[in-house]
Ligand binder design. Structure first.
Ligand code: ADP
Length: 295
């Protein structure tokens, strides 16, 4: 369907990203609610937006990738992506609304399973995300997790020093992406997504970014030390966690990408595979309800 910007009423801002703003909008005629990601008419941002549109369309039948309905062109040259609205928002916003209280493991089992299914769908289409982090994992009140934001990671791969412009993403980079030279220069991009997911799940379990002291500013040098030289597995052992959870995170955060488990292997890991599915889905729905994004 062809839409125009004037077909929609802006309800509120859902979030800001690198190149634009995401609004909750209502289609005037049908009253249907969507998320509208408006990307400014800067040439490089437009290229990024078109790359994101291309990827979202390739993944359009995926259950755990955010669905794109249409692309809306504005009179000023902005590009707007009409996306399905995820009413629970991103997992990092959910964590902030909880006052950084850790997520229960039962909910994390469902989050991990669904995010892995999303990665499996992407990886089977030769799509790598490259920017998996809590801000790019969305949830809705039905307890469904979907992967969003396919713009940033791809552009970063081409720039010479990805950390200069986007420190937040740097924090979730695997050792081989952070320092390719010391890993033979080449890396397995699928395994890099697994690292980032493991780190994101661990962050939600802890309530803060796990590789740096709580409240520390993630500067490049501190991250370099923590990711490439630090004991990531040691960070897992701190705090209360079940054996299954610890094991799962260890499989994701193997520094040598060859030793890291694949998405398919992780879907069979006891933390995900042996969790009571109904119970973990219920726990996730409750988490979303208790910390509603709409209020
Ligand atoms: P950018 O590519 O500019 O970083 P994102 O796609 O990551 O933008 O979106 C920024 C924020 O907007 C997200 O972290 C999330 O909070 C919110 N958001 C994005 N898409 C949706 C959506 N489909 N439903 C609800 N919230 C969304």
């Amino acid at each position: 369907t062809e839409f125009r910007l004037s077909d929609f009423e802006k309800l509120r801002v859902l979030g800001h990203g690198n190149g634009g703003t995401v609004y909750r909008v209502r289609h005037r005629r049908s009253a249907a609610v969507y998320a509208l990601k408006v990307v400014h008419a800067d040439p490089s941002l437009r290229r990024q937006a078109y790359r994101e549109i291309d990827i979202l369309r390739r993944a359009t039948d995926s259950d755990h990738v955010v669905c794109i309905h249409s692309v809306v062109h504005t009179p000023t040259g902005d590009v707007a992506l009409l996306l399905e609205h995820m009413d629970g928002g991103s997992l990092d916003a959910l964590l902030r609304r909880r006052g950084s209280r850790p997520f229960p493991e039962s909910a994390l089992a469902s989050i991990a399973r669904q995010a892995l299914l999303g990665l499996a769908e992407l990886h089977s289409r030769q799509i790598v995300h490259r920017d998996i982090k809590p801000a790019n994992l969305l949830v809705n009140s039905a307890g469904v997790i979907k992967i969003a934001d396919f713009g940033v990671g791809k552009v970063l791969r081409r720039s010479l020093d990805p950390c200069d412009s986007y420190v937040g993403t740097c924090a979730y980079m695997s050792p081989e992406r952070f320092d390719p030279a010391s890993h033979g220069g080449d890396y397995d991009p699928y395994a890099a997504d697994v690292w980032s997911l493991g780190l994101a799940v661990l962050e939600l379990h802890r309530g803060h970014f796990p590789l740096l002291p709580e409240g520390a500013q993630p500067d490049w040098a501190a991250l370099m030390v923590a990711i490439c030289l630090g004991e990531t597995i040691g960070a897992v052992a701190e705090g209360a966690a079940s054996c299954e959870f610890r094991g799962f995170i260890e499989c994701c955060l193997q520094k040598e990408s060859g030793k890291r488990w694949s998405v398919a292997e992780l879907l069979g890991h006891p933390f995900v595979a042996r969790a009571d599915r109904a119970e973990s889905e219920q726990a996730l729905r409750e988490l979303v309800r208790e910390n509603s994004a709409e209020s």
